[in-house]
Design a protein around this ligand. Structure first.
Ligand code: UDP
Ligand code: MG
Length: 335
């Protein structure tokens, strides 16, 4: 058998860490020294036990070696070095899996987010929220290539997910541990974490945070990201609407389509038999056939989706509900 030498990664939460800061890092060598020291400065003031988890996402500029040095000197800092470049979402997921804190805060490794906002996020979280998202009210990025697409994306996301935030793309966010544990990340879904958390019943708030222009290195994304965001948005929409009831959508659509097809077919048959007309070259005939076949397809697809959904939930022992709190008295029954 292969020894499970990665077991520590999967160890359960250790209660004495209050705060985990997760920072994905891809080719940010020049930012790292300042990044670590500003995070530390901000956290030392809070005087609570914390850890900083820097996830190196396969950097090629020596970021990994630098992080290794830092981690060896500082017991509050953990360097998670991924084998190759997976992307920001998997890097964040790795950080989440490794984080031990009751509260997890994510931020970018390029100094665009300001760790001085951390206390504000925590304060808001303590008001009873499960997720507090940063809003880069005065965002310091290129207007045409970044702000415009981002505005459109924000508008679309808010329309589709019904989670009303101004800025979904801000990486500076604070989560309660349970919320993060309930979410599965794929693709570039980190942008939709509030939406995914909302599906899981989280209470979400937003506060304005600082944003700085990038000092070192360059952004890892271009305009191509917009399309991927739209695709991910569709996935999230589907998850939100139909995750536990795919048959409701595919079944009903299929039913409508098949029944219309049958209706048209019956009409054409009557026309043929009673009125004696030729129906072989009528467009309506094609429509009837297409509607009927599409209906059957959609219906069977719904059944398959229903099976898949069950596998999805049951294979992970994933309940179809989330409990916020259990209130009960611990006394023994009387008598
Ligand atoms: N990042 C990463 N893996 C990638 C791309 C980006 O870990 O494949 C990190 C990057 O180092 C930064 C954060 O994700 O800390 C956000 O990236 P970036 O600043 O390029 O995005 P922007 O702020 O321009 O939206
Ligand atoms: Mg950035």
């Amino acid at each position: 058998m292969i020894p499970l030498n990665h077991a520590p990664l999967l160890q359960p939460a250790v209660a004495n860490i209050a705060l985990s800061i997760v920072v994905p890092i891809y080719n940010e060598r020049d930012s790292i020294p300042a990044l670590v020291s500003v995070i530390q400065a901000s956290l030392e003031k809070l005087a609570i036990p914390y850890e900083i988890i820097c996830v190196d996402d396969g950097s090629k500029d020596g970021s990994a070696d630098l992080l290794r040095d830092y981690a060896q000197q500082d017991r509050n800092l953990t360097a998670l070095l991924l084998r190759r470049n997976y992307g920001q979402t998997p890097a964040m997921a790795a950080g989440f899996d490794h984080a031990k804190g009751d509260v997890i805060i994510t931020m970018d490794g390029d100094l665009q987010n300001d760790p001085a906002d951390i206390p504000k996020l925590l304060e808001k979280l303590n008001e009873g929220y499960d997720l507090v998202s940063g809003w880069r009210k005065y965002r310091q990025d290129n207007k045409v290539t970044r702000l415009l697409p981002s505005q459109i994306a924000n508008w679309l996301i808010s329309l589709v997910t019904e989670v009303k935030l101004h800025d979904y793309g801000c990486s500076l966010k604070a989560y309660r541990r349970e919320v993060v544990q309930d979410m599965n990340l794929y693709g570039e879904l980190h942008r939709f974490l509030p939406a995914l958390a909302f599906i899981e019943g989280a209470r979400i708030a937003e506060i304005p945070v600082n944003h700085h222009a990038r000092k070192f290195g360059s952004s890892k994304y271009g305009l191509g990201r917009t399309f991927r965001v739209v695709m991910d948005l569709m996935t999230v929409y589907f998850m939100k609407r139909f995750l536990t009831k795919p048959m409701h959508v595919f079944g009903s659509l299929g039913m409508i389509s098949a029944v219309s097809g049958i209706g048209l077919g019956v009409y054409l048959t009557l026309v043929k038999i009673l009125a004696g007309q030729d129906i072989g070259d009528r467009p309506l005939l094609i429509l009837a056939v297409v509607l009927f076949l599409t209906g059957i397809q959609l219906f069977s697809f719904g059944l398959l989706a229903e099976l898949l959904m069950r596998t999805y939930h049951e294979s992970q022992k994933r309940p179809i509900y989330r409990i916020r709190e259990v209130v009960a008295q611990l006394s023994a029954p009387e008598g």
